[in-house]
Design a protein around this ligand. Sequence first.
Ligand code: NAP
Length: 488
Amino acid sequence: MSTLQSQKPKRTVTVIPGDGVGPECIRAAQRLVEAAGASVVWEECEAGAGVFRKGIASGVPQETIESIRRTRVVLKGPLETPVGYGEKSANVTLRKLFETYGNIRPVRELPGVTTPYSGRGIDLVVVRENVEDLYAGIEHMQTPGVAQCLKLISAKGCEKIVRLAFELARAEGRKRVHCATKSNIMKLTEGQLKRTFEQVSREYPDIEAQHIIIDNCAHQLVKRPEQFDVIVTTNMNGDIISDLTSALIGGLGFAPSANIGNEVAIFEAVHGSAPKYAGKNVINPTAVILSAVLMLRHLGEFEAAACIEHAILVTLEEGKVRTGDVVGYDRGATTTAYTEAVLANLGRKSERYRVRDYKPIRLPQVSTEPAVVRPHKRRVVGVDVFVEATLTPEALGRGLETLVSDLPVKLKMVSNRGTKVYPPTGAITDCVDHWRCRFVLRDEAGELGDALIFQLLQRIATQYRWMHIEKLQEFDDIRGFTMAQGED
Ligand code: NAP
């Protein structure tokens, strides 16, 4: 490689070999990074199954956390959470600890990897929000038979991920960003991403911006995937569609990813530890190698990154050495033989497959203040009290009405699993023992203070078991809560 590169100061990267097939793939990626002349030195650290077994409940030891704090760049193998150890995944812990809010998952059609989509030129990136949404993992059993998971979506989180998607599009010379949400149903949470996208997109007039409902996005991805360039979406949607997109180009063996934060970036394959292949030297290391390519671009090592990407393209194009996931495990090359072939092709360029001209991504600078949205006025207009009961809707509704008849609040409605059941609407609802009881002020212009909420709760507690409440708030006269199905 060029003398210029070898004279560059070395950048230290924390490397976590991980579990299962992780060490085999990571070793392959390290060999290529070194051979491509990148100015990188490794600091090897532990995380995952072995760490859980040592009794460290997070799966990530303090030395690993300190190494990442120092180096700020991680190349990581997949991590397992063994059954019976720890409650939280070590992967999620790492993403959360270092606020890597953006998960970038590129896929492109590769030569010699035949799929039903071959020849259509798939080349897209899923930009998945990585820390919020249902994956915050805030769950509570509401009654013995009803579970709840909180879906938290912040304006700040949306702004960061949307800006990252547009900046990525610019850095990679891409022309279109789709925002995929379920805002037609979840108007406040998924709707927040859609609204932010519509606002932020005005600052990127050079890039076409389009909203798409996530279920249609899944449909379109299967039908006409070549129409997509960048797709930005919430955490769970992104998790699902990015597995789908990796299948479009030949499977998890070819799907890299980057977890991007403003301070730390973690690079890893989309796939897990594939335990059945662990230690057999048969796994396809391309996804991890391409993750290292993303890492090199993050470090500004564009030349080394392009060199490795070309070597992979040439190796696949020639098709002499292919792994078992492509040609069948009875005929596939070993992981080491494939890696040797890619190493031997360093310096060669694919003639048919282009490597993009990448520029550094300008990471979004969004305020670190806790509140980025400040309304001029706000008002509490009511409260939803969630109650456990095995009564009929009528018995519960009438009972609550009687109970609060002398208070300044009245029962507006009771809903069960989101559908209004009291006052009766005629809807056929299979009720469970978890009821949302909506109370509003009798004086519609008033403000519901905490003292009255406490009085209401105390009153309800005399006859019913309640498990949580939600204040019904308006911000700048805009309703900050949704109506139940059937409520008006
Ligand atoms: P997985 O490890 O991704 O493996 C599922 C299947 O995908 C494999 O059986 C294999 O398919 C294929 N595959 C995965 N990697 C491949 C590669 N490099 N080359 C070729 N084919 C590959 O998913 P899993 O079995 O659900 O999860 C195993 C463990 O990994 C779990 O403990 C899970 O929690 C963990 N995990 C970790 C991460 C992470 O660290 N980021 C991500 C996902 C899962 P065939 O069987 O068809 O050959």
